[in-house]
Design a protein around this ligand. Structure first.
Ligand SMILES: Nc1ncnc2c1ncn2[C@@H]1O[C@H](COP(=O)(O)OP(=O)(O)OP(=O)(O)O)[C@@H](O)[C@H]1O
Length: 271
């Protein structure tokens, strides 16, 4: 087990937003979190890395292997993020500082994680760019000189740079056109195969669940209403809300409309 959430609740002063959520993610699996807008998916994922907005409180246990992440100091969790768990967000523009080159982003990220040798940092950066199919010429470019798809590739490269065990991907294709989005997910699946990291994948898109996920949880109004293996849930949903969501996904069917087949990431993650 990589990550285990036990009775996690998130509250503002006014109300409970996430209510008593428990789930666990195994080594190397692709775990999808789906549910309507505002159901608490992003906040739950932010709570894992202590990234919640300051007006929100979290209760419960978030165990990474045996370590309770909620008990780590701000310094400890900063080290943890990047090395053991990392994030990729929908808003790739906001993940980059506009006046710093891609290379400077790689440099700072590695310096912040204690990689002192400049030559090592440069080699790691170049390898990382190559691993996501980007030319090393991009190292000297500024974020605005890259397309959205290229920036998300850089985000993936950076997120996997220090070989984390868990990657949290929060609607990472939402801001991309469908072709770029598809390429990004194929790349992520390939990198997952190569690195063996687990992925917590937040999405609205059931096609992506069918193609990539091994297991999933369905959230509604801050609670998990159903969770389990992908095939069980897609083919035999138990909860009315899950049934509604699946029925509302117009082109889900039993396969992908484009003829794409699902990817067995769970098995491949152990290769
Ligand atoms: N800082 C905050 N203070 C109070 N409420 C908040 C705060 N941030 C988010 N919320 C509320 O918490 C609820 C859950 O938000 P969250 O972003 O986790 O939903 P989500 O399921 O990820 O939605 P989406 O799919 O649209 O991204 C929403 O009603 C949101 O308005």
């Amino acid at each position: 087990m990589i990550l285990s959430l036990e009775n996690v609740s998130i509250s503002s002063r006014e109300k409970k937003i996430v209510d008593n959520v428990s789930l666990s993610i195994q080594k190397g699996e692709w775990y999808a979190l789906v549910g309507q807008s505002g159901s608490g998916k992003s906040l739950l994922s932010q709570a894992i890395g202590q990234m919640l907005p300051p007006n929100l409180q979290v209760e419960g246990k978030i165990l990474f292997k045996d370590e309770d992440l909620l008990s780590l100091s701000p310094k400890q969790i900063r080290t943890f993020r990047g090395q053991k768990l990392s994030y990729i967000f929908q808003d790739y523009q906001g993940s980059f500082t506009p006046f710093r080159t891609i290379g400077q982003h790689f440099e700072e990220y590695q310096k912040a994680h204690g990689i002192r040798d400049a030559k090592t940092r440069k080699i790691k950066s170049m390898d990382a760019l190559e691993s996501v199919g980007l030319d090393e010429a991009l190292y000297k470019r500024y974020p605005f000189q890259l397309s959205g798809g290229q920036l998300q590739r850089v985000s993936i490269a950076m997120a996997l740079l220090l070989s984390p065990d868990l990657l949290i991907a929060d609607e990472i294709t939402t801001a991309l056109d469908s072709v770029s989005g598809h390429r990004i997910l194929e790349l992520l699946a390939k990198r997952q195969k190569e690195t063996g990291c687990a992925i917590l994948f937040i999405t609205h898109d059931w096609r992506h669940v069918r193609r990539y996920a091994t297991r999933l949880a369905v959230m509604k109004e801050g609670e998990i209403v159903e969770s389990g293996g992908k095939h069980r849930i897609l083919d035999h949903p138990q909860h009315d809300y899950t049934k509604q969501l699946i029925q509302a996904a117009p082109i889900l069917g039993r396969g992908l409309p484009s003829g794409l087949k699902e990817v067995d990431t769970y098995e491949s993650a152990y290769c």
